[in-house]
Design a protein around this ligand. Sequence first.
Ligand code: SAM
Ligand code: SF4
Ligand code: SF4
Length: 341
Amino acid sequence: MTAVRDAFGRSLRNLRVSVTDRCNLRCQYCMPEEEYVWLPREEILHFEEVSRLVDVFITLGVDKVRLTGGEPLLRRDLPELIKLLAAKPALRDLALTTNGVLLAEQAEALKVAGLGRVTVSLDTLSPERFTALTRRSTHDRVLEGIAAVTRIGFTGTKIDTVVIRGVNDDELADLIEFGKRVPAEVRFIEYMDVGGATRWSWDRVMSRAQMLETLERRYGRIEPVIEHSTAPADRFRLPDGTIFGIISSTTAPFCADCDRSRLTADGMWYLCLYALAGIDLREPLRAGASADELCALITGKWAARRDRGAEERLATRDHTPLIQIGQLRQDPHLEMHTRGG
Ligand code: SAM
Ligand code: SF4
Ligand code: SF4
């Protein structure tokens, strides 16, 4: 293995692999529009192609892969990809982020295929709010999906909640209590102005500090968990020992430690969630590039990486959505649901 470091000394450990840009929800903070431009089907990577690329990333130091989307469970035969990836001993962590709608029916096959962990996005415990937020009435199926994950024997389950002021900021404690029962660690994510979040505004962001203040009113003193990690969530402990996380991407970004990059379903590689351009890996892959050639391409790009998108965004104090709708229609790669979050 030849570990590679970027211009700021950050290694390349984490790869988020989007397996589809399609989704069966329309979350207001991610896909608020009526119509979308989809990636052409013939450009979507086959599982063997994803597997080959992951092998190259492994040789450069990647040991954690997270499957995402769009909604990854919409990708037909996903367990087949999981089998290919689970067979790679160098991958210490193989996880999936899903909206949970199709999880109850697929959880067992995912586990049998070798998936390590599941993160389910759940923003509210109220079916009515869920419908208003996602424009679909499938809240009960998400709850069934979460229950199935525990029943089937997954451990390390997480629940990710995007907190939006005036929408679900009164549910933080209820979600933590729900997490205790699952059991799952709940992580609150600050609302981000990523591509696709065309309804974002600063006054809808609830900051980490405000979340902690709200939770301390309910639970009493909350202690930070001291740990060395490049994971995006800062973790905290309630007086009863319950751990939860906050991903403060908007008000306190963590770019300095960022070891993550993203591969879209059509093989574009992004060095930062906020990057306006990616690197096309599908083209050389399909043109017959060898593993060494792909390795050299990826190494060169990562070595030159200077991205720290969220920090720069915070520094500009620009409080309008990052990317305007016209730009998104011209390049779906700018969308969060294409990049995989
Ligand atoms: N569809 C799957 C899901 O929702 O879990 C996987 C893809 S989704 C793009 C990945 C994560 O991005 C989800 O947890 C979602 O809540 C988060 N996300 C999307 N838009 C966001 C935004 N504007 N701010 C913060 N998080 C966002
Ligand atoms: Fe919601 Fe995930 Fe779909 Fe985006 S990709 S609309 S966050 S379920
Ligand atoms: Fe990493 Fe870019 Fe997110 Fe910063 S904004 S943490 S560099 S992906």
